[in-house]
Ligand binder design. Structure first.
Ligand SMILES: C[S@@+](CC[C@H](N)C(=O)[O-])C[C@H]1O[C@@H](n2cnc3c(N)ncnc32)[C@H](O)[C@@H]1O
Length: 256
């Protein structure tokens, strides 16, 4: 590994170069180089977050303010735990602010997750038949926020990856419809591609506001975007016409 200093606009910036190594593929070398130079990766390390993904939920919450003290949060696809870390702090799950209500954070993932103080975490395939019932049991009541960053390992085939992520988002949404408190929030990662039009229609019928956003921390070359649906109307709407004031975020583009 060698370090090269480049200057830009009066600022000195340190760029890490990774030399190709025997046995390492070029794609791995480029990935490593990107990781080492990614400002969000560097910041995550410095600020104690488990991954750069933490900044996506931080940015989304800064904009929409759904992680309030006292909120009960379900985090689907939570490994390695960045979103949980953010949620624990923002909902006051550790009661660090004695003047504010204490929230809860429940995370699940296919992978094992190292314990996070203030969060309850379970290893689970959320697409398994009994997953909903299990998570509902752990939750033991309603949730104010259901958020999903679930993503299947990339197959390299765009259409397949898109369908997989749609299946994960649909499962998350079905769960959200089941457990969300009135006025609750659903946040989920989606991929641009078009197959989620139906989901958008459903969201607009069941939530007062639906925003489609790409937070700055989401890599520009990734087709991921996030849907933030706020103001859950409750379980009464199953189909038929929408109820009016759903609005797309004017700052964000369509999901594709
Ligand atoms: C981008 S990562 C999540 C990062 C996380 N938000 C964070 O801040 O650390 C996507 C996660 O979705 C999980 N995942 C994919 N399919 C899943 C499934 N069927 N059930 C549960 N988790 C799943 C993966 O194991 C992976 O950890």
């Amino acid at each position: 590994m060698s370090e090269k200093q480049t200057s830009g606009r009066g600022q000195r910036e340190l760029r890490v170069r990774v030399k190709t190594a025997k046995g390492r593929k070029l794609s791995s070398t480029l990935w490593l180089e990107r990781q080492l130079n990614d400002p969000y990766v560097i910041r995550a390390k410095k600020e104690g977050y488990r991954g750069r993904a933490a900044y996506k939920i931080l940015e989304l919450d800064d904009k929409y303010g759904f992680l309030k003290p006292g909120a009960r949060v379900v985090d689907l696809g939570c490994a390695p735990g960045g979103w949980c870390q953010v949620a624990v702090a923002r909902v006051n799950a550790l009661g660090q602010n004695p003047k504010k209500p204490v929230g809860t954070v429940l995370g699940v993932d296919l992978q094992e997750v190292e314990a996070i103080s203030g969060a309850e975490i379970h290893q689970l395939d959320f697409l398994a038949d009994d997953a909903d019932a299990k998570v509902k049991g752990w939750l033991g009541g309603r949730a104010d926020v259901v958020m999903s960053d679930m993503a299947a390992a990339a197959s390299g085939h765009k259409a397949t990856d898109h369908l997989r992520i749609v299946a994960l988002v649909e499962a998350a949404l079905a769960f959200a419809f089941d457990v969300l408190e009135d006025d609750g929030t659903f946040v989920a990662k989606v991929l641009a591609g078009g197959a989620e039009q139906q989901m958008q229609t459903m969201l607009k019928k069941n939530f007062k506001k639906v925003a489609n956003v790409k937070p700055p921390a989401s890599r520009a070359d990734s087709s991921e975007k996030f849907v933030v649906a706020m103001g859950f109307r409750g379980r009464q709407v199953e189909g038929g016409e929408g109820q009016g004031d759903a609005a797309d975020d004017p700052d964000a583009g369509p999901l594709g």
